[in-house]
Design a protein around this ligand. Structure first.
Ligand code: ATP
Length: 440
C-alpha cells in the first residue's frame, strides 16, 4: 500500500517538483485510515503541506476512502549536536583555513529561536547540513535582528563539521573595497579566483550597500553566477526584500528570487529577555531578570539590547555593583548622553596622551599614539569587559593586532610596569566620573 500511494502521488506531480520536494518523502506508517508521511526536515514538511497538501489528501482518499486523513512528520534535529565543541571528535581538531574570519560566538547554539526566526533558523540549519540544496538563500530583516549571527552560524557549523570547506563571509562593502583595491593593484584575477573558485560557501551581508554601486553589482553578479553554477552555496543578507533593492538590475533581483527568501521578524519581549540572558551568559556575567525586563521595555531589537547590556556590564565591572535603580539612571543618562563609554574612552585617551581622537583611531604608529591605543585596548578589555572583537571594531584594528597589544600590556604589568598601572588608574577614575555623569 505504501508504494502504491507514493507511485500515485508521483504520477500527479511534475518531475521537477518531485525532485525538489519529494526525494526523501516516505510513508512512515498507516494506521486504520490515517497515513503518516515522513520527510527530512520541518522546512520541507511546511512546504509540502502548503503546496501539495490538496494533492496528497486526494491520493490518500482515493486509496483509503473519503474519511481518511494524513499528516507529515519530520525527523527532529537534536539541539545538543549543534556546533558543539564538546562532541567526541578527534582530540586534535583540524583548524579550518578561513578565507575571511567568522565570529566564533555566532553559532546555532548561541542563537535563541522563537516564532520570530524559527523558519529562517530551520532553513539555515538544513542548509548547513546540505550546502547548495536551497540556493541561493536570501535572508532579510530589519536592522539588528540577527541576520549576521544566523548566517555566520551556518559558516561556523560547516567549518566545525568539515574543516576543509572554504567559507567566505563578507559585507558587500568589503567585497566592493576589495574589488577596488584589486583593480588598483592589478590583481583582479586573484580577487575573482578567491570568491568565484576557492569559496565553497559565499555569504554576502548587507547587500543593500551596493545600491547605486553599479560596477560592484556587476562584479557580484558574475561571482554569484560562477558560484551558483558550481552548485556551491550562496547566502545574501539584506535589510529589505529583493524587490525593494531599487536600482539593482532586474537580472540580479531575479537571481535572488530564484532560491529561498526567508525573513526574521521582530522578537517578542519574552524572546528578547531570552536573548538578553544569552548575551549575559556569553559574557559570563549576571544581571537580574528585573533589569532585563526593564531593558526590553525600551530596546526592541537584539542589537540595541546587546549594546545596552554591554553598557551595564561595563558599569558593573567598574563599580562592582548593579541594581534596577542604577540601570534606570544609567539608561536615562545614556539616552541624554550622546557619548558612549567607548567614545569617552577614546576622548580620555586623547586628552591623556595629548593627541586627537582621530589619531588614536588612525593607523598612525607614532610611539605615543601606539602606546595610548594599547592602554585603551587593555582598559576596554579588563575594565569594560569588551571582547577582543568588539575592541577591534572600536579601534579599527584587526583581531590579531588587538590580541597582540593586550598581551604586551599584560606582560609589562606582570613585570611591574608602574607607568602603565598609573595610566590605567587615571583612566579608571575618568571613566567612572563619566559614568556617574560628572564632567571630567
Ligand atoms: N536570536 C538571537 N539569539 C541570540 N543573540 C542574538 C539573536 N539575534 C541577534 N542576536 C545578537 O544581537 C546582535 C545583533 O545581531 P546581528 O548583528 O546578527 O544583527 P543583523 O540583523 O545582522 O544586524 P544589521 O542589520 O546591522 O546587519 C548580535 O550580538 C547577535 O549575537
Amino acid at each position: 500500500m505504501e508504494k502504491k500511494i507514493l507511485n500515485a502521488l508521483k504520477e500527479r506531480i511534475s518531475r521537477q517538483n518531485w525532485e525538489s520536494w519529494f526525494l526523501d518523502f516516505s510513508v512512515k506508517k498507516i494506521e486504520n485510515k490515517h497515513v503518516v508521511f515522513e520527510v527530512g526536515n520541518i522546512f520541507i514538511k511546511d512546504r509540502l503541506e502548503q503546496k501539495f497538501g490538496k494533492i496528497i489528501s486526494k491520493v490518500v482518499r482515493d486509496f483509503l476512502g473519503k474519511d481518511s486523513s494524513f499528516e507529515i512528520t519530520y525527523k527532529e534535529i537534536k539541539n545538543d549536536n549543534l556546533g558543539s565543541t564538546k562532541t567526541d571528535g578527534p582530540l586534535i581538531k583540524k583548524k579550518p583555513l578561513l578565507i575571511t574570519p567568522l565570529n566564533p560566538k555566532y553559532t546555532f547554539q548561541n542563537l535563541i529561536v522563537g516564532e520570530f526566526n524559527r523558519f529562517a533558523y530551520n532553513v539555515f540549519l538544513e542548509a548547513s547540513k546540505n550546502p547548495g540544496y536551497y540556493n541561493p538563500i536570501f535572508l532579510y530583516s530589519g536592522v539588528g535582528l540577527g541576520k549576521t549571527h544566523l548566517a555566520q552560524a551556518l559558516g561556523n557549523y560547516i567549518l566545525e563539521t568539515d574543516p576543509d570547506m572554504k567559507v567566505a563571509y563578507l559585507t558587500s562593502e568589503e567585497f566592493m573595497n576589495e574589488m577596488i583595491i584589486s583593480i588598483k593593484k592589478g590583481t583582479t584575477e586573484e580577487f575573482r579566483e578567491k570568491y568565484r573558485k576557492k569559496a565553497d560557501i559565499l555569504i554576502i551581508d548587507d547587500i543593500q550597500f551596493l545600491i547605486g554601486k553599479k560596477a560592484a553589482q556587476i562584479e557580484l553578479f558574475h561571482t554569484f553566477n560562477a558560484i551558483h553554477e558550481a552548485g556551491k552555496q550562496i547566502i545574501i543578507c539584506s535589510d529589505r526584500t529583493p524587490q525593494e533593492l531599487k536600482d539593482f538590475h532586474s537580472r540580479m533581483i531575479s537571481r535572488f528570487q530564484m532560491g529561498l527568501i526567508v525573513k526574521i521578524s521582530k522578537p517578542s519581549k519574552y524572546d528578547l529577555i531570552r536573548i538578553g540572558k544569552k548575551i549575559l551568559e556569553l559574557k559570563e556575567t549576571e544581571i537580574s531578570e528585573e533589569i532585563l525586563e526593564y531593558l526590553v521595555q525600551i530596546y526592541d531589537t537584539p542589537r540595541v539590547l546587546h549594546g545596552a547590556i554591554l553598557k551595564l556590564i561595563a558599569y558593573k565591572n567598574l563599580f562592582g555593583e548593579m541594581s534596577l535603580s542604577i540601570a534606570q539612571t544609567l539608561i536615562s543618562n545614556y539616552k541624554k548622553e550622546t557619548k558612549s563609554f567607548e567614545e569617552q574612552l577614546i576622548t580620555e585617551l586623547a586628552k591623556m596622551f595629548d593627541c586627537s581622537s582621530e589619531e588614536i583611531l588612525s593607523s598612525k604608529r607614532t610611539k605615543n599614539i601606539s602606546f595610548a591605543r594599547k592602554i585603551g585596548m587593555y582598559f576596554a578589555n579588563k575594565y569594560l569587559n569588551l571582547s577582543t572583537r568588539e575592541i577591534g571594531k572600536i579601534f579599527n584594528k584587526s583581531h590579531s593586532s588587538v590580541v597582540q597589544n593586550l598581551k604586551q600590556i599584560e606582560n609589562s604589568l606582570k613585570d611591574g610596569n608602574l607607568i602603565i598601572k598609573n595610566y590605567l588608574r587615571e583612566l579608571d577614575k575618568r571613566i567612572k566620573r563619566f559614568a556617574e555623569g560628572k564632567s571630567v
